[in-house]
Design a protein. Structure first.
Length: 218
DNA sequence: CCAGACGTTGTT
DNA sequence: GTCTGG
DNA sequence: CCAGACGTTGTT
DNA sequence: GTCTGG
C-alpha cells in the first residue's frame, strides 16, 4: 500500500518531469503522512497544473472531513465501482508526485520501515484521484492513491504497492474525457519498468512529527 | 421504502 | 480493540 | 502508514 | 450521490 512517502526533488526537476509551467510553494518533504498537503498534477483544460491538496479523499457528498482519514488508498481492483471513488475515477484523475515511499515489515515484535525509491532517485507519479468538498470555506480539495500488487523488487517487504504510472500513460490518465475503463485499468499494474531500491531506514520515520532528513537514514 | 455506509491493510 | 489525527 | 486517544464534570 | 442491508 502507501501510507507514507517522500518528495525531496528540486522544483525545476519536477517541472521538467511532469511538464508543468509552475509549482506551488512547498518545502522538501521526508515524511509525508495522511492529511498532509501533497503535490498533485491534474488536467486544467488543455493544460496541466500542479497544486497542493489534502491527502485522504473527502468525497463531494461527505458530511465530515474525518472520512478522509479512511480514504488514503483505493484498490485498483475495485476503484471504478466503489461509491467513494467511482465519480473521481471517471473524471478527476491525477498524478501524486513522489520520489520514494515507505513500507513497514513485521520482524517479530518489531516493525522495520523501508524506503522504496528509484535507484536514480528520480521523481515518479503515483496514480491518484481527487475531489472537491464544499463543506468548508474555502472548499477542501483532497486526493487518494491507488494501490496494486507489489512488484518483484518490493514483494519481500510488502504485498501491495502504489500504482506507479508509465510516463506514456500520463496524457490519457489525466484526460477527463478519456473514459475507456478497460484501458485505464490496464495502466493500474505493478511497476516493473523502473529500477527500484529497497533500503531499511530508522524507526524515526514512524512518528509523523519527525520531518527531517533523518527519516531516510538507516 | 428508509437508514446507514461509503476504505485499506494486516492479523487472528 | 478500534477509531481518529497527523 | 504509525501514534495516541479512548470520558465527563466543573473550574480556571 | 449511490449502494446495501433490513
Amino acid at each position: 500500500m502507501c501510507g507514507r512517502f517522500t518528495l525531496r526533488t528540486p522544483p525545476d526537476v519536477l517541472m521538467e518531469a511532469f511538464d508543468v509551467a509552475a509549482l506551488p510553494e512547498f518545502p522538501l518533504r521526508y515524511n509525508i503522512a495522511p492529511t498532509h498537503d501533497v503535490l498533485i498534477v491534474r488536467a486544467n483544460g488543455p493544460d496541466r497544473e500542479a497544486v497542493l491538496v489534502r491527502w485522504g479523499l473527502i468525497p463531494f457528498w461527505a458530511k465530515e472531513v474525518s472520512i478522509g482519514s479512511r480514504m488514503i488508498n483505493a484498490r485498483s481492483e475495485s476503484v471504478s465501482e466503489k461509491p467513494a471513488f467511482r465519480v473521481p475515477f471517471q473524471k478527476r484523475r491525477c498524478l501524486v508526485v513522489a520520489d520514494g515511499y515507505y513500507e513497514w515489515r513485521a520482524e517479530g515484535a518489531r516493525k522495520q520501515p523501508f524506503l522504496i525509491h528509484g535507484d536514480d532517485d528520480r521523481p515518479f507519479a503515483m496514480a491518484g484521484l481527487w475531489d472537491r468538498w464544499t463543506g468548508s470555506e474555502p472548499p477542501t480539495e483532497s486526493c487518494t492513491i491507488i494501490t496494486t500488487d507489489s512488484n518483484a523488487a518490493t514483494r519481500a517487504v510488502h504485498d501491495r504497492m502504489p500504482v506507479i504510472l508509465d510516463a506514456r500513460d500520463y496524457p490519457r490518465w489525466l484526460d477527463p474525457d478519456f473514459r475507456d475503463t478497460e484501458r485505464l485499468a490496464a495502466m493500474l499494474i505493478p511497476n516493473e519498468s523502473m529500477a527500484w531500491r529497497v533500503d531499511p531506514v530508522s524507526s524515526y520515520v514512524n512518528n509523523v512529527r519527525n520531518q527531517g532528513p533523518r527519516c531516510v537514514e538507516p
